[in-house]
Design a protein around this ligand. Structure first.
Ligand code: CP
Length: 311
């Protein structure tokens, strides 16, 4: 029996219902258990995933491809879609969607321009998954982040999440804030003024009654937070290199940050990190960022299976 996610594009989590989010979490947990018990899943045998990455990626691309292969499916991929696909000759993302629907059963796209995943989906009758569109959304990251919080903390409702770093350009925090708020989280936003969370996101959350504190000082923020969600200052989104140089070292999580924090702080990061979390923090038991990245595989297995109707 297929679910309401069968054939659906995953572009923005606002377009999914709470029941659909729960279904993704439950399916992920089920698949993870099968794998932990040494079982194999072949749900996607005979299906093909196309990965189109117009921007660099390690985790998202490899975890999607791993997820497909682990479920018996196949992967076709453009190594660097910006320079080695016909985009280089001027082909639109919409026309690429028209083509990709005849080669694959589901497509994953990362693109520097906000709205490009929707453009691909407009061209394709097969499901399209947004793997990050500019400074817009990164919905599958938010899903794996939610799964990580549920695994690490046992719940999300009532927890205080400190979102820190580049809240202006970080698409992971844009997708994450909306999703975590729906699940009952409270927030501290910690960013330099120039990289604050966009007003429309903050105002929209506040209108829904979500508690948000703005605390630019990281040491003060971690005293009140259950989860610190650190992000990288997004160099590639800066027009002025001098402005990036001014802001790049705004925050650094060290063992002193952990000592100052509320007991049991969980530290997350979508990765890659640059200098914002020192490697000395990696051995802290609450440092969850590599476990978080690993959760990308079962979450993406669940998503691929659900949108292909093979769960
Ligand atoms: N978190 C994340 O999107 O990582 P990549 O850029 O390596 O895919």
């Amino acid at each position: 029996m297929t679910t309401s996610l069968f054939g659906k594009d995953i572009l923005d989590l606002q377009l999914l219902s709470d029941d659909e989010i729960r279904l993704i979490m439950d399916t992920t947990a089920r698949y993870e258990k099968v794998m932990q018990n040494g079982g194999r899943l072949m749900n996607l045998y005979g299906k093909t995933l196309a990965t189109l990455f117009y921007e660099p990626s390690t985790r998202t691309r490899l975890s999607f491809e791993t997820a497909m292969l682990k479920m018996g499916g196949s992967v076709i991929s453009v190594a660097d879609a910006k320079t080695s696909s016909s985009a280089k000759k001027g082909e639109t993302v919409y026309d690429t969607g028209k083509m990709i629907e005849s080669y694959s059963d589901v497509a994953v796209i990362r693109h520097p321009v906000t709205g490009s995943a929707k453009e691909l989906a407009d061209g394709s009758d097969k499901p399209v998954i947004n793997a990050g569109d500019g400074a817009g959304q990164h919905p599958t990251q938010a899903l794996l982040d939610l799964y990580t919080i549920l695994k690490e903390k046992g719940k999300i409702e009532g927890l205080t999440l400190c979102l820190a770093g580049d809240l202006k350009n970080g698409r992971t925090v844009h997708s994450g804030a909306a999703l975590f708020a729906r699940m009952g989280a409270k927030f501290i936003f910690t960013a330099p003024e120039a990289l604050a969370m966009p007003d429309e996101i903050t105002e929209s959350l506040r209108k829904k009654g979500v508690e948000i504190e703005i605390i630019p000082d990281l040491m003060q923020a971690v005293k009140k937070a259950d989860v610190l969600y650190m992000t990288r200052i997004q160099q590639e989104r800066f027009e002025d290199p001098a402005e990036y140089e001014r802001l790049k070292g705004s925050y650094e999580v060290t063992l002193d940050t952990v000592k100052a924090a509320k007991k049991g702080l969980t530290i997350m990061h979508p990765l890659p990190r640059v200098t914002e979390i020192k490697t000395e923090v990696d051995s802290y038991e609450g440092a969850a960022y590599f476990r978080q990245a690993a959760n990308g595989v079962p979450v993406r297995m669940a998503l691929l299976a659900l949108v292909c109707g093979c769960e």
